[in-house]
Design a protein around this ligand. Structure first.
Ligand SMILES: CC(C)(COP(=O)(O)OP(=O)(O)OC[C@H]1O[C@@H](n2cnc3c(N)ncnc32)[C@H](O)[C@@H]1OP(=O)(O)O)[C@@H](O)C(=O)NCCC(=O)NCCS
Length: 133
């Protein structure tokens, strides 16, 4: 069963501009250490951050909350499997929201897919509920 779907398109140049203006403060407030490590060692640093930004926005849409003031961006975090496949993990308010939208007897899985082609970074998120055995 599909519980939620979200998508977002982020402009890589706009993200670059925010980094130039706010630097470390923005980076540390929005991105987990894993996301920072992955992005900082990439050739296209801004594009890697922009995909993760888009993923957070898309996830908040799939959770049905959108991004409100005061929520922690780091509670929606992207990591990568050895194959490169991205994985979205939720903690704090986002995990609470995921639990509250999952019917009893089901387990929720968050699927995420990312892509970029300058100047755009795109993310899709689907939240699926699977019946527990
Ligand atoms: C997955 C693949 C099609 C991505 O295509 P691309 O045009 O280079 O890049 P895109 O901009 O469209 O997408 C990049 C995103 O795809 C996602 N991705 C990478 N590998 C993936 C995989 N195996 N499954 C699903 N998504 C994957 C990642 O989120 C990546 O962004 P990120 O690294 O910043 O998280 C390409 O890398 C590929 O064919 N990989 C398979 C071969 C390979 O290198 N395998 C590695 C070890 S098995």
């Amino acid at each position: 069963m599909i519980l939620g779907v979200g998508t977002d398109l982020a402009n890589i140049d706009r993200i670059s501009g925010v980094f130039k203006r706010h630097g470390d403060r923005f980076r540390k407030r929005v991105f987990t250490e894993t996301e920072q490590r992955k992005s900082e060692r990439r050739k296209d640093v801004a594009a890697t951050y922009a995909k993760r930004w888009a993923a957070k926005e898309a996830c908040s849409k799939a959770l049905g909350t959108g991004l409100r003031m005061g929520i922690s961006w780091k509670d929606m975090a992207v990591s990568n499997l050895n194959t490169g496949q991205p994985v979205m993990s939720v903690t704090g308010w986002a995990e609470e929201r995921l639990i509250s939208m999952t019917p009893n007897g089901y387990r929720a899985t968050i699927h995420v897919s990312l892509t970029d082609d300058h100047p755009w970074a795109q993310a899709f998120v689907i939240i699926e509920a699977q019946l527990l055995p």
